[in-house]
Design a protein around this ligand. Structure first.
Ligand SMILES: [Zn+2]
Ligand SMILES: [Zn+2]
Length: 350
C-alpha cells in the first residue's frame, strides 16, 4: 500500500509498504479521508514532538519510521476473530487515544489522563496511508448522514466539545473565541449548539473571520484593528464575556482572552503554548478569574457525530482543500504553513 512515512523532521517520504496485518482486538480500515492537524505540522517542522522519543509503554514505538494522521474516516475491511462490535463494510472514525485501561484515571473513564497515554498517528501508525490497523475500542460508527469528509472532522470537533465541557459553560453564557482556526471554529459552533448566549470571535485573518461569520458568530473582531475587549464590553453592558477560549496558545492570544473577559470569568486555554506565557496576575486576582486547560477529549465523539448528523455543526465551510497522499508535504503541510489565511482544514484522500 501507499503510505506517507515520517522519518524525522522535514523528512516525510511517500513509500510502498506492506499492508498492516490483522491482530487480536484490532480492525483493519481502508482510509477514506484524513485531516492535516497543527500537531502534524509541529512533527514535520520540529518533531519529534508528540511522537515518543523512547519506546512507548503500550505500543513500543519511538521516533520514525511512523505514519502520521489522527483525524480520519474509513471503512472496515477486516476484523479479528474476537472483534464483536464491528463488521466488514462499517463506516467509522477513530478516537485516537491509546490507553492502559487499568490506571486510576482509566478506571474512571478519564483516559486522556492515563499515565501511559499514547495516540494513533504519533505512538502508533496513523491514517496518511491507504490502510490502517486500530484497536476495536477506538472505533466509532458513522451514520449515513455523516459523510467521509465530515467523519475526518469528528476528532477536532470532539476536542472542541471537550473544551466547552471543561469550561463549565452554562446556557446563556456569553463567550469569546480567540483564534478562528479549525479548533476555534469548532469551539464556536459547539458553544452555540450547547446553548451559549452570544458567541464573539477574535481573528485577524480575513478568510477565517469570514468563515466564523458564515458559521454563526454573533460578531467577529480583528484584534489588529480594534480593541476586542472594549468592543465586546459595548455589546454586553460592560460585562464582557463570561468565558473566553484561547484557541491559539501564544502570549497575544492569552492577553486578548484576559481582556475580553469580565469579572469572575473563565479562560479556557485550548491552544498548545510551546513557550511560557506571562500571566497578568493582579488583573486575574482582582477579578477572581479562573484559568483552566483543555488538551484533548474523552467520550465526546458520539456528541460530535450527533452534532454533525443533524446539521447543528457545519463542517463543509471548514474544509478548504482536498489532496492526494503524494501531495501531503507540498500541497498540505507546507501550504497550511505558508498560507494560513487561505485554509482551515485540508483533507488527504489516500
Ligand atoms: Zn489533531
Ligand atoms: Zn491508564
Amino acid at each position: 500500500m501507499k503510505a506517507a512515512v515520517w522519518y524525522e523532521k522535514e523528512d516525510i517520504r511517500i513509500e510502498e509498504i506492506p499492508e498492516p496485518e490483522i491482530s487480536p482486538g484490532h480492525v483493519k480500515v481502508k482510509i477514506k479521508a484524513c485531516g492535516i492537524c497543527g500537531s502534524d505540522l509541529h512533527e514535520y517542522y520540529s518533531g519529534p514532538f508528540i511522537i515518543p522519543s523512547k519506546p512507548h509503554p503500550l505500543t513500543g514505538r519511538s521516533g520514525g519510521p511512523l505514519i502520521l494522521g489522527h483525524e480520519f474516516s474509513g471503512e472496515v475491511v477486516e476484523v479479528a476473530n474476537d472483534v464483536r462490535r464491528f463488521a466488514v463494510g462499517d463506516r467509522i472514525t477513530v478516537n485516537p487515544l491509546i490507553y492502559c485501561g487499568q490506571c486510576h484515571f482509566c478506571r474512571r473513564g478519564e483516559h486522556i489522563m492515563c499515565s501511559k497515554l499514547g495516540t494513533v498517528g504519533f505512538a502508533w501508525d496513523g491514517a496518511f496511508a491507504q490502510y490502517g490497523l486500530f484497536p476495536e475500542y477506538s472505533l466509532i460508527k458513522l451514520p449515513d448522514a455523516v459523510t467521509d469528509d465530515m467523519g475526518a472532522a469528528v476528532e477536532p470537533l470532539a476536542a472542541a466539545i471537550h473544551a466547552v465541557n471543561r469550561s463549565g459553560m452554562k446556557i446563556g453564557d456569553n463567550v469569546a473565541i480567540i483564534g478562528a482556526g479549525p479548533i476555534g471554529l469548532f469551539v464556536q459552533q459547539a458553544c452555540k449548539a450547547a446553548g451559549a448566549g452570544h458567541v464573539y470571535v477574535v481573528e485577524p485573518m480575513k478568510a477565517r473571520a469570514e468563515t466564523a461569520a458564515k458559521t454563526g458568530a454573533s460578531a467577529v473582531f480583528d484584534p489588529t484593528a480594534v480593541d476586542a475587549g472594549k468592543e465586546i464590553g459595548k455589546l454586553t453592558d460592560g460585562l464582557r464575556a463570561d468565558i473566553a477560549f484561547d484557541c491559539v496558545g501564544i502570549q497575544q492570544s492569552f492577553d486578548t482572552a484576559v481582556k475580553v473577559t469580565g469579572r469572575r470569568a473563565t479562560i479556557c486555554v485550548v491552544g498548545l503554548a510551546l513557550k511560557p506565557i506571562e500571566v497578568p496576575f493582579i488583573r486575574l486576582w482582582g477579578h477572581e478569574k479562573r484559568i483552566i486547560f483543555s488538551s484533548g477529549y474523552q467520550d465526546e465523539f458520539q456528541a460530535a457525530v450527533a452534532y454533525m448528523e443533524d446539521g447543528r455543526v457545519n463542517v463543509d465551510h471548514l474544509i478548504t482543500g482536498h489532496i492526494d497522499l503524494d501531495d501531503l508535504v507540498d500541497g498540505g503541510i507546507k501550504e497550511l504553513r505558508e498560507h494560513p489565511d487561505r485554509h482551515v482544514k485540508i483533507l488527504v484522500h489516500p
